[in-house]
Every structure is written in structure tokens, then in C-alpha cells.
Ligand binder design. Structure first.
Ligand code: FAD
Ligand code: NAI
Length: 475
């Protein structure tokens, strides 16, 4: 006899596990199926984000930043450290234990919220009277019957054609988070978010890192003033970044990887490295889901097709997160998961794609929300811009980290904030204020009038808002 549930969620990444918890909070009977396992076969819910994404990358970024500070910046504070050493196995082991705590945290949350968890692969078997028959295969073998199904099966790294990941020499994010030794020379293909974050980790730990990017502009998705500043700072830190390249046929031997490429001027080049990270984007993951069995429609790139409410072409089948259109971000997946659970329960929830923040956790951090100057110009929107440098911020000076600035773009007529772009210390935390203001459709003047604690980095946000009206107080 199949076990019956109001909602079965397939995938326990940030989209799936959050949807499951929210649906359970709303009084529905909920099951969540997830296939991810630890090396010894135990369940590892949390998806890409917890296991090989957001969490482990931030753990390594933190550790490597400490190492960099101890090596290069403690002296400025009068702290003498002699013989700074690196125990990579401890550093990577700490990252693994942070991941484990998060896996266990999600299992605890499932128990607390009475979500039934199945460890295995979930697939559509058929549409039967009253709902969807879902098979679980693997560690748990079960037949489930669901009134509603939420597909949250996430994404997988995109490989270069003809160059599969072996996770030893040719690394996806997975292998790049678990190297056993610091490479002398590390190549990175793709100067996107993963390339810059993980490239920074291994550079700080001592690798000579070269990043090869196909697009002519560096960080084309960011505001170009921010991108220019970032390129300057990263280059000064030692990342070698080439844009406008065309990658040739990569050759791998037991010892090294050779990457032939044509540079922006058209000259043939060759890069020899110990390891190569390929971070050229991710593809939606629907393997093993039984898409064809039930006719779940995918677009030409393999994303599950959904409408604005995350409804698929099948009745009572929803899809959220990386497996559907929109930015591949954990917080976007979570918001969609919550909204779908609430819609199933009859509420009219909404996800505002215009206020989803983006963050790159390099040093300095980069964060933005809303539209950038290039976009506003293309759209012909009349805007005012106000910037404030961290160099003029007291807290940033005290921290010893004055790189970057906050830039606010506001509507020329109404003063409504249209976009906020930050490069600088703790940009990831500072951006929340901008998101809040934009959610309430506030004006630059609103930020300027809000009392910000002194001395804080957030005062740079207030000053940038004052700059929109050309009345900064500290610059
Ligand atoms: P996923 O997290 O991919 O989870 C999908 C889950 O479904 C997986 O556990 C998978 O095993 C399971 N699954 C798939 N098919 C089946 C099946 N048939 N049956 C059962 N289970 C199945 N985003 C941020 O917002 N901030 C960051 O700092 C950040 N850092 C990142 C760093 C790296 C290195 C990477 C790779 C990504 C990062 N991301 C970050 C992106 C973020 O990880 C994803 O956007 C997020 O994980 C998407 O969540 P999801 O629930 O849609 O899918
Ligand atoms: P990305 O889309 O951020 O960057 C990929 C880069 O590779 C782009 O700049 C692209 O122009 C370049 N590229 C593509 N094909 C190429 C080729 N053949 N040769 C050279 N360059 C090429 O993708 P990335 O870094 O792989 O990350 C995947 C996803 O994970 C992103 O969508 C991101 O949203 C998410 N992520 C988010 C993080 C965060 O929020 N801090 C951290 C890491 C990943």
C-alpha cells in the first residue's frame, strides 16, 4: 500500500527542504525525498548549497581569509606572527564538519516539523486516481501517493564539451572544495561567481591562479563601475584574469593540465596548470525523475517549464529553485519553496524577482540588488546616482579595510531606489538594507533620513543616499 501525503517534495536543497517545512507548518502531511549521501552512505540533505555550494565555499573563504590576514595584514595592527603554517587537512576537515552540522540541522528540522524524510531517488511513476504515484529507490524503497508534488531537484555543474570532470585534475565545484594539496598553479575557466570565490580561496592559500573568461567584459552581470574596481583589486591581490578568451582542446596528463586558448588580441596562448576548475555555469538536473513517464515539460535547455506561480504543465505538480528559470541562488529557491507551499494551502504568495540580492563573497565582497547603470541606460530610465567610498567611513578605517564604495541609483523624478551596488567589506550584510528599502519602494531620501549607528559600515549606505542629493556629510 502506498503511503499517502498531501505534498511530496523531491529534493531537499534550499528549495525543497524549505518548501517541505512551510507546507508542514500549514498543516499538510508532507514527505521529502533526497538522494544525496555522505561518503559512508548516510543521508546528506541540504542539496548543492549545503554539501558542495554556499556553505562549504563560505567555510573555506573564511579560513583562507584568516590565513591571508595572518600572513599579510596582522603586522599593520602591530601583531607579530612568526612561522604561520597551513594544515590543509584541518582546514578542509573544518569545512566538512560545518557541512555535517547543516545536514544534521535539516534532519532535526524535518523531525521538529513532522516532515517524513526518505533517503533515495524519487521518480514519477504514474498519475493515479487522487494524485501522483511516486517511487523512492535507493536507501529507502517506498511507493508514495501525493496530492501535490514539488520538484526541487536542483542543478549540476556544466562541463566543457569533451572534458568531463574527474574531480582530480578537472574540477567542478565539488572537487575544487576538497583538494588534498594546494596546487602550485591553478587554472579557472569562467570568471563568474564560483571562479572568483574558489579562485580566491586557493590564491590565498598559496596557489598561482589564472582565470580565463570568454566574455569581453569582466563581471558583465554586475554594475560596470563595480566590475572595474573589482578587476583592479583582484589583479592587485594576484589573480591573473584574462577576458575575451576562446578555450581550445584541453589536454590532461597524470601530472598536469594544458589549456590552449586564443586571447582577446587573437594571439594563441597556452596555460599549464596542476589543476583546472571549470566553472562555466550550471545546468538543471532532472535525471532519474521520470520526466518522460508522465510528460513533465522541459524547455530546450532542460529547465522544468513553470509559470509565474511555479506551476508546471501537469496538474498539482510544481517546481522551484535551480531546476526552473531565474537566478540560481539558494535564497531564490527558498522564496519559491515558501510561496508554492503557501499557494497549495490557498494563499496568494508572491516572489519579487526585482529584489533578489546577488552576492559574491570575495574580499572585498560584491553585492547588488535591482538594476545597474547599464540596464537603466538601455531601458532609457532617467536616474540619479550617489556614491560613497569606504575610504571615508570611520568603521572601515578602523577595520583596516577601506576598499570600494556604495552606489545608489534612484529615479530622477520620484527618488525611488532602483538599484544599489556595493563593493567593500561586509557588502553581503549591507545589501539587506537596500533590499528592504526597495521592497517598500522607498526613496534614497528615506535611507538618508534613517538614523544609522556610528561607527558602522552601514553609514556608507546613508552617505551614498545623501550623495544622490549631492549632500554627503563626510566626503
Ligand atoms: P539543490 O541545492 O541542487 O538541491 C537539489 C537536491 O535534490 C539535491 O540534494 C539532489 O541530490 C536532490 N535530487 C535531485 N534529483 C533527485 C531525485 N530524483 N530524487 C531525490 N533527490 C533528488 N547560492 C547562494 O544563494 N549563495 C551562495 O553563496 C552560493 N554559493 C554557491 C557556491 C557554489 C560552489 C555552488 C555550486 C553554488 C552556490 N550557490 C549559492 C547556488 C546554490 O547552491 C543553489 O542555487 C541552490 O542550492 C539551489 O537550491 P535547489 O534546492 O534548487 O537545488
Ligand atoms: P556563472 O554564470 O556565475 O559564471 C560562469 C562564467 O563562465 C561566466 O562569466 C561565463 O561568461 C563564463 N563562461 C561560460 N562559458 C565559457 C567558456 N567556454 N570559456 C570561458 N568562460 C566561459 O556560473 P558559475 O560561476 O559556474 O556558478 C554557477 C551558479 O552558481 C551561478 O548561477 C551562481 O548563481 C551560483 N553561485 C552563487 C554564488 C553566490 O551567490 N555567492 C556562489 C557560487 C555559485
Amino acid at each position: 500500500m502506498a503511503k499517502q501525503f498531501d505534498v511530496v517534495v523531491i529534493g531537499a536543497g534550499p528549495g525543497g527542504y524549505i518548501a517541505a517545512i512551510r507546507a508542514a507548518q500549514l498543516g499538510m502531511s508532507v514527505a521529502c525525498i533526497d538522494a544525496w549521501s555522505t561518503a559512508d552512505g548516510k543521508p546528506a540533505p541540504g542539496g548543492t548549497c549545503t554539501n558542495v555550494g554556499c556553505i562549504p565555499s563560505k567555510a573555506l573563504l573564511q579560513s583562507s581569509e584568516h590565513y591571508d590576514q595572518a600572513n599579510h595584514h596582522f603586522a599593520e595592527h602591530g601583531i607579530e606572527v612568526k612561522g604561520v603554517g597551513l594544515k590543509l587537512d584541518t582546514l578542509v576537515g573544518r569545512k566538512d564538519s560545518v557541512v555535517k552540522q547543516n545536514n544534521e540541522g535539516i534532519l532535526y528540522l524535518f523531525k521538529k516539523n513532522k516532515v517524513t524524510f526518505f533517503h533515495g531517488t524519487g521518480s514519477f511513476a504514474a498519475y493515479v486516481d487522487g494524485g501522483w504515484s511516486i517511487k523512492v529507490a535507493g536507501a529507502s524503497e517506498e511507493d508514495l501517493l501525493a496530492k501535490h508534488v514539488i520538484v526541487a531537484t536542483g542543478s549540476a555543474p556544466r562541463a566543457l564539451p569533451g572534458l568531463p570532470f574527474d574531480e582530480k585534475k578537472i574540477l567542478s565545484n565539488d572537487g575544487a572544495l576538497s583538494l588534498g594539496a594546494v596546487p602550485k598553479k591553478l587554472g579557472v575557466i569562467g570568471a563568474g561567481v564560483i571562479g572568483l570565490e574558489l579562485g580566491s580561496v586557493w590564491r590565498r592559500l598559496g596557489a598561482e591562479v589564472t582565470v580565463l573568461e570568454a566574455m569581453p567584459d569582466f563581471l558583465a552581470v554586475a554594475d560596470q563601475q563595480v566590475a572595474k574596481e573589482a578587476l583592479k583589486v583582484f589583479t592587485k591581490q594576484g589573480l591573473k584574469i584574462s577576458t575575451g578568451v576562446k578555450i581550445g582542446e584541453v589536454k590532461t596528463t597524470a601530472k598536469s593540465v594544458t589549456v590552449p586558448y586564443t586571447d582577446a588580441s587573437g594571439a594563441e596562448q597556452s596555460l599549464a596548470v596542476d589543476n583546472l576548475i571549470v566553472s562555466i555555469g550550471r545546468v538543471p538536473h532532472t535525471q532519474g525523475l521520470g520526466v518522460d513517464t508522465v510528460g513533465l515539460k522541459l524547455d530546450e535547455r532542460g529547465f522544468v517549464i513553470v509559470d509565474d506561480e511555479c506551476k508546471t504543465n501537469l496538474p498539482n505538480v510544481w517546481a522551484v529553485g535551480d531546476v526552473v528559470r531565474g537566478p540560481m541562488l539558494a535564497h531564490k529557491a527558498e522564496e519559491e519553496g515558501v510561496a508554492v507551499a503557501e499557494r497549495i494551502s490557498g494563499q496568494h504568495s508572491h516572489v519579487n524577482f526585482g529584489t533578489i540580492p546577488s552576492v559574491i563573497y570575495t574580499s572585498p565582497e560584491i553585492a547588488w540588488v535591482g538594476r545597474n547603470e547599464q540596464q537603466l541606460k538601455t531601458e532609457g530610465v532617467a536616474y540619479k546616482a550617489g556614491s560613497f567610498p569606504f575610504l571615508a567611513n570611520g568603521r572601515a578605517r578602523a577595520l583596516g579595510d577601506t576598499t570600494g564604495f556604495v552606489k545608489i541609483l534612484a529615479d530622477a523624478k520620484t527618488d525611488e531606489v532602483l538599484g544599489v551596488h556595493i563593493i567593500g567589506p561586509m557588502a553581503s550584510e549591507l545589501i539587506s538594507e537596500a533590499v528592504t528599502i526597495m521592497e517598500f519602494r522607498g526613496a534614497a531620501e528615506d535611507i538618508a533620513r534613517i538614523c544609522h549607528a556610528h561607527p558602522t559600515l552601514s553609514e556608507a549606505m546613508k552617505e551614498a543616499a545623501l550623495a544622490v542629493d549631492k549632500r554627503t556629510l563626510n566626503f
